[in-house]
Design a protein around this ligand. Structure first.
Ligand code: ZN
Length: 397
């Protein structure tokens, strides 16, 4: 490794001078190797830093074949460079990462739950904890303990220890490397091997808030936010609540009750509307029956409706065929065709057979039984032909 990693000793360093050691091709871009860097490469659950080398934007910082590569678009014009770390992004990661140490330590202390994995995304940070169950009151206990550690403003000390020393420390987890073991220590709280960047004191984490949890393969996965992310998250949530309060003209403590009441009102209104619709369609059916003459003891009712709800049409077919000697061939013409055939109980005609026989006219699909059949087709323009064919078949039977 030819690159001195400045972020190990000083994670607050945002500007540094360096020399270009080599430029390696990386996909369609350049991978710059520097003699020293303050840019953290992706690793240990923490994403890479961004920023600039001279005036060239860094897209990614990665470790590849033992080299630390700063990925930029094009060649640099000079071998002496200045690096500028995007401090907003870095400090956010430092807050989340240190917060994760605190949170993992609290899970260990309160629930004997070990941390199986840690992932820091752009919006959400998650950890998987090896425990069986978790409740809202558990979340309060964990958050109280974690935030008390933050308010205590304890030093976060990072140092490289020897193999001998390692055995004397109360480590939360064992190191995955055997030399240059870096320990992040918060006295009486947490001792963990870690290569990431952390804040100087727990106070800088600001606050920790658990957002949600769900079962996962090895236990429970928690989503949480720290520091500025927590404040942004609070602002977002608060703005949603304020908007709802304005819409419902209530205080925030009354908003859940107001929504419950609205849902109940909506349910009652739907029930009433349903009753009215039934009554209307029943009376529509009675009118049609009254006006439609019978031929040979049978009345065939053929109707094509434009832009009408298919459920209403089904209901109409049901009411119509409650009158003996009635066959209903009803269709809805929207962008495509929806059709229902039905007959009263006393008529001995296979409606499904007729339906299937004429379906190709509208390029349709569907089916049913001997009393009713329904379906749809794409050729709404041929609905009249479809209905006439079906009517002719019924008359011939
Ligand atoms: Zn760490």
């Amino acid at each position: 490794m030819r690159t001195e990693r400045l972020y190990n000793d000083d994670p607050y360093l945002t500007e540094f001078h360096a020399e270009v050691v080599e430029i390696l091709p990386y996909e369609d871009k350049c991978g710059i190797v520097l003699n020293r860097t303050a840019f953290y490469p992706a690793g240990g659950g923490q994403p890479y830093d961004m920023g600039y080398i001279n005036d060239k934007k860094i897209y990614e910082v990665i470790e590849k074949d033992g080299e630390l590569l700063h990925i930029i678009d094009e060649q640099l014009s000079s071998s002496e460079v200045i690096g500028y770390v995007d401090w907003g992004r870095r400090f956010d990661f430092m807050q989340q990462h240190t917060g994760q140490h605190i949170l993992s330590a609290c899970f260990e202390k309160l629930f004997n739950g070990s941390t199986d994995s840690f992932h820091m995304g752009k919006d959400i940070v998650s950890i998987e904890i090896n425990i069986g169950s978790f409740s809202i009151s558990d979340a309060e206990r964990i958050e109280n303990m974690a935030n008390d550690i933050i308010y205590s403003n304890l030093p976060v000390i990072t140092r490289v220890v020897t193999g001998e020393e390692i055995r004397s420390l109360p480590l939360r987890k064992m190191p995955t490397v055997t030399e240059n073991i870096r320990i992040v220590a918060i006295r009486d709280v947490d001792y963990s091997p870690c290569g990431g960047t952390h804040v100087r004191t727990t106070g800088e984490v600001g606050m920790i808030k658990i957002k949600s949890w769900e079962k996962c393969k090895g236990g429970i996965r928690f989503a949480f936010v720290c520091g500025n992310r927590a404040i942004k998250d609070y602002s977002k949530g608060n703005s949603i609540i304020q908007t709802l309060c304005e819409k419902f003209s209530v205080r925030d403590s009354e908003i859940v009750g107001a929504i419950d009441k609205m849902l109940l009102d909506l349910k009652n209104t739907e029930r009433q509307l349903n009753n009215v619709t039934h009554e209307l369609i029943k009376s529509e059916a009675a009118n049609i029956i009254r006006e439609q003459p019978t031929a040979g003891g049978i009345r065939i009712i053929k109707r094509i409706y434009e832009s009408r709800n298919i459920n209403d049409i089904k209901l109409l077919a049901q009411y119509l065929t409650q009158t003996p000697g009635t066959i209903a061939l009803l269709a809805c013409k929207n962008d495509n065709a929806q059709v229902i055939f039905a007959r009263s109980e006393d008529i001995n005609i296979d409606m499904n057979g007729i339906f299937k026989a004429v379906l190709p006219v509208i390029d349709g699909k569907g089916g049913g039984n001997s009393r009713t059949a329904q379906g749809g087709g794409v050729r709404a323009d041929r609905l009249e032909e479809f209905m006439n064919n079906a009517g002719d078949m019924i008359i011939s039977k």
